[in-house]
Ligand binder design. Structure first.
Ligand SMILES: [Zn+2]
Length: 85
């Protein structure tokens, strides 16, 4: 139901704004996601997708990607992180 090109671009922009906010939320970078999506739109979303995931880190024992909130590695059962950062 696009009545005018203006409305189309507004919806287009809003979609990318929402998408980047969501990606930011999942990467634990909500503020960065919202700001990037707001300022850069589609480019902000791309930047965010390329940025590192702050929620996960490498287990120093087996090298697998582990959620930083997990105290023990689910793969090798070793202690992964001394403290939550
Ligand atoms: Zn491990």
């Amino acid at each position: 139901m696009m009545e005018s090109p203006m409305l189309f671009w507004l919806t287009f922009y809003l979609l990318f704004f929402l998408a980047s906010s969501l990606v930011g939320y999942y990467k634990n970078q909500t503020v960065a996601g919202v700001l990037l999506g707001y300022v850069f739109g589609p480019i902000g979303l791309l930047l965010l997708l390329m940025s590192s995931d702050k929620r996960r880190g490498k287990c120093k024992h087996c090298g697998s990607m582990v959620d930083k909130h997990a105290y023990y590695c689910p793969k090798c059962k070793n202690k992964c992180f001394k403290q939550l950062i």
